[in-house]
Design a protein around this ligand. Structure first.
Ligand code: NAP
Length: 350
């Protein structure tokens, strides 16, 4: 453990919790020191409690660790949280109150006005909202969140366009992977050979989170971006990777090569700071007519790069395109890791 920051995972046995275990195995700054889940798992060796669904082997050191009760007593200061929203709403404040730095995946606190909702490439400055959190003033603890797994791919594609051209209107239709529903998730009889045109609360999350992420920090609050935004969310029979068909109207009227350049040349704080989980190229454009596809493109940049393709004129708005991002890496565990790396560089994890 020398020199590495010990971290805990709350909800460690779920799909996102497992992704944390996998991504932390060789992390240069953080090391798993504590795992917690529900009463069902408490006290059992992690290797027994978790039904391991990752494609790499479960690290033997972690497999032997006992799952702790989901309480702050005995937990390390830095906690990656991967709990269902209802449980997170109760537990995350309790950990923050006890002085923990909670880096959360859940929607429970994302829209709370003093809780930063952060994608480091898009709005790293929003971390300053932490100074307004009462937990931080009282116990030094805090909560930082990353967005919903479908909002993040969209926002990564929109951020370079917002910066250079300004956005007026966005329409997005998602095709979301089954792993987005956790484990065991959607029953196979419901999803095989089928499309489910409803994911509870997903459209609302995409719309409000996108506007918060692309909004401006103004003192102690975020003023949401002012453009019109509409999302349709669908579950499809794909294992990993959320694909989105997007139409945009922009304030300036760029040519297609200017838009493609905006995506390919987009670099931001994580790349400048060389954060360990930062992809060298956060957004890439593929010119091939039938890409991106989850099967071939979901792992771009070790799952941290959003892949865009099919840019073409839209006869209703200005332009339309397809974006793909990895829902449990860029949309969950990888997003939280990148947030924690940013917080560490800024001294918030001391
Ligand atoms: N999957 C994705 O692509 C994705 C992407 C972005 C965000 N998220 C969000 O991340 C969170 C976790 O999602 P997931 O897909 O990993 O869900 P999941 O597979 O259902 O895992 C849920 C985890 O929470 C634990 N848990 C349940 N009840 C608990 C309790 N009362 N106290 C403590 N722990 C409890 C479970 O432990 P047991 O195994 O012991 O029951 C398990 O570890 C959710 O808020 C989800 O919306 C998911």
């Amino acid at each position: 453990m020398q020199n590495k920051t010990p971290v805990g995972i709350l909800g460690a046995t779920g799909i996102v919790g497992q992704r944390f275990v996998q991504m932390l195995e060789h992390h240069p700054w953080f090391e798993v020191a504590w795992l917690a889940a529900s009463d069902r798992s408490e006290g059992r060796p992690y290797g027994e409690a978790a039904r391991w669904r990752m494609k790499t082997a479960l690290p033997s050191r972690v497999a032997e660790m006992r799952v702790s009760p989901a309480q702050p007593q005995g937990a390390p200061r830095v906690i990656f949280a991967a709990l269902d929203a209802a449980i997170a709403a109760e537990l995350e404040p309790r950990f923050a109150e006890a002085g923990c730095a909670v880096v959360s995946n859940s929607s429970a606190l994302r829209m709370q006005s003093d809780v930063p909702l952060v994608v480091p490439e898009v709005n790293a400055d929003h971390v300053k909202l932490l100074e307004c959190q009462s937990w931080r003033r009282k116990s030094h603890g805090f909560v930082v969140t990353n967005p919903n797994c479908s909002a993040i791919g969209l926002v990564m594609a929109l951020a370079p366009l917002q910066q250079l051209f300004g956005i007026e209107t966005v329409m997005a239709v998602t095709m979301q992977a089954v792993s987005g529903a956790g484990y065991p998730g959607v029953a196979s009889l419901d999803i095989l050979g089928n499309v489910i045109p409803y994911i509870a609360k997903e459209e609302e999350k995409m719309e409000e989170e996108t506007l918060k992420l692309l909004g401006q920090l103004n003192g102690s609050k975020v003023v949401p971006a002012a453009f019109g935004m509409s999302a349709h969310c669908n579950r499809v029979a794909v294992e990993d990777g959320h694909t989105e068909s997007v139409s945009v109207r922009l304030k300036k009227k760029p040519q297609s090569d200017e838009i493609i350049r905006a995506w390919n040349e987009f670099r931001s704080v994580p790349q400048e700071l060389k954060l360990p989980s930062a992809p060298p190229q956060p957004v890439r454009y593929l010119p091939t007519a039938d890409r991106p596809q989850p099967r071939f493109d979901v792992d771009a940049g070790d799952g941290m790069t959003a892949t865009v393709g099919r840019l073409r004129p839209c006869s209703v708005l200005d332009w339309k395109f397809t974006v793909l991002s990895h829902n449990t890496i860029r949309g969950a565990a990888g997003a939280a890791l990148l947030n924690a790396e940013l917080l560490k560089v800024q001294g918030y994890l001391e």
